[in-house]
Design a protein around this ligand. Sequence first.
Ligand SMILES: NC(=O)c1ccc[n+]([C@@H]2O[C@H](COP(=O)([O-])OP(=O)(O)OC[C@H]3O[C@@H](n4cnc5c(N)ncnc54)[C@H](OP(=O)(O)O)[C@@H]3O)[C@@H](O)[C@H]2O)c1
Length: 300
Amino acid sequence: MTRTGENDHMIRLNNGVRMPALGFGVYRIAPEQTTAAVLAALEAGYRLIDTAAAYDNEREVGAAIRASGLPRSEIFVTSKLWPTDYGYAAARRAFDASLDRLGLEQVDMFLLHWPLPADFSQTLAAYRALEEELERGRVRAIGVCNHNAANLERLLAGASTVPAVNQVELHPFFTQTELVRTHRRLGIATQAWSPLGGVNVYDAAPGRARHVLQHPVIAGLAEKLGRTPGQIVLSWHIQQGHSAIPKTVHPARMAENLAALDFALSPDDMAAVSALDTGIRGGDDPQTVTAATYPVHIRR
Ligand SMILES: NC(=O)c1ccc[n+]([C@@H]2O[C@H](COP(=O)([O-])OP(=O)(O)OC[C@H]3O[C@@H](n4cnc5c(N)ncnc54)[C@H](OP(=O)(O)O)[C@@H]3O)[C@@H](O)[C@H]2O)c1
């Protein structure tokens, strides 16, 4: 993965496909809110929408894309396969179902949502099904989420396509420096989920939330540079060459977050944000995930 010279805000994936660096995530947006939120995001200028079968809003994402009037080729759509649909045959059926729900003939990127480390043969079989869809041209790039270095190596040992992307929890409190180094070595683009640290807040017990955006270093940089805390954090992601997919339902924040592309942090300011790493993730450790960890029912 390399940054393209022609447009600094696009990431050139390892198969040559170009992906916007800053996208819009729709996890935890209720289906009835999703079409309006995605339409507002497209209007604000986002061109990457990140959904998943498990988010229960692929239909509404597809409706927004059609309602936007934008040419299909201008919008980069990512969706994901849920572990209960792993294994070759189940993955093929689930891929079809995702495209049906989205109402698309082709999706730009399709990712395995989690590895199943204790049952990796099923993970690999699902990935093989995605490789076939890639060959058929029904998806332009394939990849994974939440794979650590060991699971990436296991995947590469059994697959013929290097994942274009590994989408992982990554924010100033959990910077994943080692894993990012592995991605660079393997030619895999790093995409940050919970880029603003949302995962540390959503389900936190009362008084236990760890707010990235309220950290004094982030707030201080925002004050110093006349930017918002969200912009400081997103600029930090983009300047490292990562993709980030913040979620918000508020149009003002959509515009605010996108404006993170308009400025750069100095090397010292970048280092100050990176120094906030605690090494502690907010979400589940992917190594412990099984198909039963998240009992998600995928609406057909
Ligand atoms: N692959 C995976 O396993 C995985 C896991 C989790 C997430 N994801 C993807 O990553 C996306 C983003 O992750 P996330 O939703 O967990 O976390 P996030 O984007 O880091 O944080 C979202 C939270 O921050 C708030 N927010 C957004 N912009 C803000 C701003 N400028 N100022 C203050 N608050 C702001 C949002 O609230 P409002 O909506 O009220 O503005 C929401 O509560 C998801 O939508 C999904 O697409 C993937």
